[in-house]
Design a protein around this ligand. Structure first.
Ligand SMILES: [Zn+2]
Length: 128
């Protein structure tokens, strides 16, 4: 298994930066920019009565924005780990994460084994 090492920092910084830009674009398009990206241009003041008319679209956008917001937090956390030289290590067990997994999911904080445990826990929680 190939693992991440600091010689690949530039490559992963680029992957994370690229994905961050995509997510910020989604958040900007869905109007949730102010919460997720306080360092960017504030959105214009909007009339919330007008927004209610577009409710159906807003629900879709909200789900999309929420998902993008969560992923953006993961990206930012991953960039911190890159700076801290802890990137590529599983947050749960401390093992090195497979490089192929990191390449596909640069923001991932868990190895495949720990991720599947988390997903099972999540499934169990949503079934309740
Ligand atoms: Zn793990």
């Amino acid at each position: 298994m190939q693992v991440y090492d600091s010689t690949q920092a530039a490559r992963f910084t680029q992957l994370l930066t690229q994905r961050e830009a995509e997510l910020r674009a989604i958040l900007a398009a869905t109007g949730d920019l102010a919460d997720a990206a306080p360092d960017m241009t504030p959105r214009e003041v909007v009339d919330f009565k007008d927004l209610a008319i577009e409710e159906t679209q807003a629900v879709v956008d909200e789900a999309k924005a929420e998902h993008a917001g969560v992923e953006l937090q993961q990206i930012l956390a991953a960039r911190h780990r890159l700076a801290d030289h802890t990137y590529g290590q599983c947050l749960d067990c401390g093992d090195a994460i497979d490089l192929r997994r990191l390449t596909a999911l640069p923001a991932t904080a868990f190895c495949t084994a720990c991720q599947s445990i988390h997903e099972q826990e999540h499934l169990a929680a949503t079934r309740r």
